[in-house]
Design a protein around this ligand. Structure first.
Ligand SMILES: NC(=O)c1ccc[n+]([C@@H]2O[C@H](COP(=O)([O-])OP(=O)(O)OC[C@H]3O[C@@H](n4cnc5c(N)ncnc54)[C@H](O)[C@@H]3O)[C@@H](O)[C@H]2O)c1
Length: 277
């Protein structure tokens, strides 16, 4: 017996940054759950590739080029998506980039860029979709991708961390303001994710794997699809009573202070035979 547990069949979804990495997987997951998807990306070719693959697999998708940090571009993309698919029900933003520098060396331009790429790129699409849902008197759901950098501190993370912390708080404010209208707003929070953007050589990958094993209780980075599944959950009826939440999808990284590079967890060595290395 099959059941539409996600409640997304025939719903209209828009995914900003939906042409690559976690966003690509999010576009596919929403389509598999029955949604019609507007795949929006700064790079037209990426959006077209993913929308094409969804349509070829029997789903329904359109491709749109837009810059999520530009107000007119966001407004135009949402208008085009709604003209093609109908009023939007759910949206995800899966955009962000680290720009690293010590505070004393960080230029204003670098700081502003971090805020623009990571926080404004969520604010503008979410505000546009929130306005549309309110105007059309529709309930709906919005999700974004935060980061452990928004919860914890680390050298060189000033701009990225401040933007992601801002995102976590903006989610709560939107959830407060729009909750009475049945609009839910949440974030999915990765720790480390093996997205295709991060290309490492063999030695770099080995060092990364060792670092992840030491820091993360589950012992590895997330796959892009593991974030997409969390976003799907947050946008679906399965999360019908979840709003204003920052869902940790970090393999346990932030759950245990003692795991922060200070040693390996698990049962004491004395109590375990053949504990995996
Ligand atoms: N990879 C990690 O370890 C990690 C950890 C924590 C958080 N995150 C967060 O996960 C999210 C996704 O990461 P990813 O590695 O999959 O990203 P990515 O850079 O691989 O993909 C993002 C997509 O967004 C598009 N894009 C970029 N700027 C845009 C803009 N202004 N307007 C429209 N589209 C734009 C890109 O073209 C790309 O297709 C980001 O918010 C990132 O901060 C990643």
């Amino acid at each position: 017996m099959s059941q539409d547990i996600f409640g997304l069949t025939g719903k209209h979804a828009i995914v900003w940054g939906g042409g690559f990495g976690m966003g690509e997987r999010t576009s596919f997951r929403l389509s598999e759950a029955g949604a019609h998807v507007a795949v929006v990306d700064l790079e037209q070719a990426r959006a077209e590739k993913i929308a094409g693959e969804i349509n070829a697999a029997g789903g329904k998708a359109i491709a749109l080029q837009a810059d999520a940090t530009s107000e007119p571009s966001v407004e135009a993309a949402l208008a085009a998506a709604e003209a093609a698919l109908g009023p939007v029900d759910v949206m995800a933003t899966v955009i962000g980039l680290g720009v690293w520098d010590q505070v004393v060396e960080m230029s204003l331009d670098t700081f502003n860029k971090s805020i623009l790429l990571n926080l404004t790129s969520f604010f503008l699409p979410a505000r546009a979709v929130g306005r549309s849902l309110l105007k059309n008197k529709k309930s709906g759901a919005i999700a974004c991708v935060s980061s452990v950098s928004g919860l914890t501190s680390a050298p060189n993370h000033a701009g990225y961390g401040a933007a992601k912390a801002g995102m976590i708080n903006l989610v709560r404010t939107m959830a407060d303001e729009w909750g009475p209208y049945g609009i839910r707003v949440n974030a999915a929070m990765p720790g480390s994710a093996a997205t295709p953007r991060l290309t490492l050589n063999e030695a770099g990958q080995a060092a990364m794997n060792a670092a992840m094993k030491a820091k993360i209780p589950l012992g590895r980075a997330a796959t892009p699809d593991e974030l997409a599944k969390a976003i799907l959950f947050l946008l679906s009826d399965l999360a019908s009573y979840v709003t204003g939440h920052n869902l940790h999808v970090d393999g346990g990284w932030t759950s245990n202070f003692l795991m922060q590079g200070q040693g390996k967890g698990g049962p004491s060595q004395a109590s375990v035979v053949n504990w995996p290395e």
